[in-house]
Design a protein around this ligand. Structure first.
Ligand code: C3B
Length: 715
């Protein structure tokens, strides 16, 4: 049995408190908010166990807990004095105050939320913003009855249970299983954050008149959308502002960004669960929905199927709250994360809502921070860029990168550019050798796909392409082999622990690697490396050392994608489908400077309709057959994986896109042979990456969604 456990050469481990693109995006946005002097705070949960550590045993993924706080976290400041009681369960009762009836929530359980602050300094400014993360602690209130009746042990144990809430991050943020703990986590962090925001406001204001001018709350996906109801509850039940005033405030301060495309990816909370955990919130949601339904009746008459589609409450076997519908109804803006995503929201996912409120819908194409993704992770490239632009100002003003375009064919810049790539490839090759024992050639093209493993992201397409390449090499004569561009194919990513097919894809990577890497007839022409435990630190090492990167999701499935932007900034060429933000990348750098493939968003539905009659190339049939027949071993184990792409079941259209995928790969080979051409394309990629800085995204949010101005630190 082989077992790979290794650690990166970094002193500080990742605080992997998120799952994938969504959380990494927030990290970039926090950097931009600080650097651009915006007065912003981030709120989240201080999980004790972040995303699991992936270890590979005999080619299979195993998950291990990642106790990232083992050696402490020197960057955080524990604020024991900033803590709030968060309530759960219980009942709602009526109370009369000043002649009016009010609802009072009598909780059945109370947990304390303690703040941990993580200052985020801006670059080249004195502004530092705060990321406040909440940890759950037992409440200060004791269960006196248990203590008095002598049930001391149980009383203590029950108190400790509180800490479970912030214990562990759910390692799959896309399948909503209606788990109580997950909802508890969401409300815990939302309640503490809203109490904190209102407390800080009230510290300097006597009433809520200026609340909407001072506060803008951005909901990132639906996970924190209970915040909307919490503000409504506090303003209505506790501050007694009256429904209309409270509702007016809520609608003005909240804006929502959705990060998903698939309707089935939208969060739904079973009504029974909501009613038991948050009884008062459920009542408020029903009240909001009642008023919304009345509005719909006025506008669309008795169009009941439309009402049913748009309702916040979904009827059915399990009656549920649709958190996205709730967010759209209550927020003043609904943003998508790329133009393609916006189009899909308007025409498919939220079409009814778009028809009703077209002006609510906008998009802000995602971006990443050049401070981390060039300056920190690729210091050699950073130095070359600054030298040729004659300034370091691009670190704050990314538009200046466009200046490199003028030198894209300059032989001196090209040579320096290639040298930087070589140094980064050396670093990566050393790392690969340490972790896998495989020596890779620096002359080979480093072809990388690193991201969460998901069927729609199509790592399987990549592996099948590698099998095809292997198969071709095996059948070549000596003179043809001399023409082959050597490749080091690198794949990395975690599969959600319960996602069987994704785990099989990981195993297939290893099974193919085992065969290919040990085939003396192939040698340096092809290597396949699976990098375990892919995380941000790994990305910082891999991205600068890549020549080519793959972003090959089935068109219409990736809301945006941000990994591509990191590769682009590092002068790595993209092999991609016209999905998510790639469509905008094409506009910036030109289709000639990348390798495009696959069906377009508009072509996908027709291909799906064709089912089993869709045209699939023979090469595809052959490589799938090789896997099916056990050429790489584990014949039975891979059967269900093969089933996902054959016999009319190929939902993600791997077969339909395979020919185009191979063509794009062949074009990449051809370009790589011409190093001048390749380097020019690489420089043009970096110089065209300016639009994909999170600085631009944040400026758009500030102006179009939050209505805020930079606020420079006066000292
Ligand atoms: C991701 C999407 O899958 C990406 O396309 C997108 O670039 C990022 O969000 C950021 O917008 N996403 C995710 O990582 N987790 C979710 N639950 C939903 C979206």
């Amino acid at each position: 049995m082989s077992c790979l456990v290794f650690s990166l050469p970094f002193k500080e481990g990742d605080a992997a408190l998120g799952n994938g693109g969504l959380a990494r995006l927030s990290a970039c946005q926090m950097d931009s908010l600080a650097t651009l002097d915006f007065p912003a705070w981030g709120y989240g949960l201080r999980y004790q166990y972040g995303l699991f550590r992936q270890i590979i045993v005999d080619g299979f993924q195993h998950e291990q807990p990642d106790y990232w706080l083992n050696f402490g976290n020197p960057w955080e400041i524990e604020r024991v004095q900033v803590s709030y009681a968060v309530k759960f369960y219980g009942t709602v009762e009526e109370e009369v105050s000043n002649g009016s009836n009010y609802k009072v929530w009598i909780p059945g359980e109370t947990v304390e939320a303690v703040a941990y602050d993580n200052p985020i300094p801006g670059y080249g400014t004195r502004n530092a913003i705060n990321l406040r993360l909440w940890a759950a602690k037992p409440s200060g209130q004791y269960d006196l009855e248990s203590y008095n009746t002598g049930d001391y042990i149980n009383a203590v144990v029950n108190r400790q249970k509180a800490e479970i809430i912030s214990n562990v991050l759910y390692p799959d943020d896309r399948s909503y299983q209606g788990k109580e703990l997950r909802l508890k986590q969401q409300y815990f962090f939302v309640s503490a954050s809203i109490q904190d925001i209102i407390r800080r406001f009230k510290d300097v204001h006597d009433n809520f008149d200026e609340f909407t001018e001072k506060i803008a709350l951005q909901i990132n996906d639906t996970h924190p959308s209970l915040a909307i109801i919490e503000v409504m509850r506090v303003l209505f039940d506790e501050e007694h502002l009256g429904w209309d005033k409270a509702w007016d405030i809520v609608c003005k301060i909240f804006s929502f960004t959705t990060h998903t495309v698939q309707p089935e990816g939208l969060e739904k909370i079973p009504v029974d669960l909501m009613g038991s955990l948050l009884p008062r919130h459920l009542q408020i949601i029903y009240d909001i929905n009642y008023k919304f339904m009345e509005e719909l009746k006025k506008k669309f008459g008795q169009d009941y199927s439309r009402h049913a589609r748009m309702s916040i409450v979904e009827e059915g076997a399990v009656k549920s709250i649709r958190m996205a519908n709730l967010s759209i109804v209550c927020c003043h803006k609904v943003n998508g994360v790329s133009r393609v995503h916006f189009e899909l929201l308007k025409t498919r996912v939220f079409k009814d809502f778009y028809d009703l409120w077209p002006l609510k819908f906008q998009y802000k194409t995602n971006g990443v921070t050049q401070r981390r993704w060039i300056v920190v992770s690729n210091p050699s490239l950073c130095a070359v860029i600054s030298k040729w632009l004659g300034t370091e100002a691009w670190v704050r003003n990314i538009d200046l990168l466009a200046g490199l375009r003028d030198y894209a064919s300059d032989a001196d810049l090209q040579q320096e550019w290639r040298m930087v790539k070589k140094i980064n490839k050396m670093r990566l090759a050393e790392y690969i050798e340490t972790l896998s024992g495989v020596k890779v050639s620096l002359d080979a093209m480093f072809d990388v796909q690193i991201k969460r493993i998901h069927e729609y992201k199509r790592q399987l397409l990549n592996v099948l392409g590698i099998i095809h390449r292997y198969d071709c090499i095996k059948s070549m004569n000596e003179s043809d082999r001399r023409k082959v561009v050597p490749r080091v194919c690198i794949i990395g990513g975690k599969a959600a622990p319960g996602y069987e097919i994704a785990k099989k894809i990981i195993k297939l990577c290893h099974a193919v690697a085992e065969k290919v890497n040990n085939d003396p007839g192939v040698g340096d022409l092809l290597k396949l490396i699976f990098i375990p435990d892919y995380n941000v630190s790994v990305a910082e090492l891999v991205i600068p050392g890549s020549d080519l990167s793959q972003h090959v999701s089935t068109a219409g499935h990736e809301a945006s994608g941000t990994g591509s932007m990191k590769f682009l900034m590092n002068g790595c060429l993209l092999l991609a489908t016209a999905d998510g933000s790639t469509v905008e990348i094409i506009e910036e750098i030109g289709a000639d400077n990348m390798f495009l493939l696959g069906a377009r968003v508009s072509e996908v539905p027709a291909l799906r309709d064709q089912g089993a009659s869709v045209r699939v190339p023979l090469q595809f049939v052959r490589v799938v057959r090789m896997v099916r027949d056990g050429y790489f071993g584990f014949k039975d184990y891979f059967e269900s994986l093969c089933d996902t792409v054959e016999n009319g079941k190929d939902f993600y259209l791997l077969g339909a896109d395979f020919a185009s995928y191979l063509e794009a790969q062949a074009a990449a080979d051809l370009a790589f042979v011409n190093q001048e051409k390749w380097t020019r394309m690489s420089i043009l990629s970096t110089s065209g990456s300016g639009r994909f800085s999170s600085d631009r995204t944040i400026e758009e949010y500030a102006e179009q969604t939050w209505g805020i101005e930079p606020c420079k630190c006066p000292f």
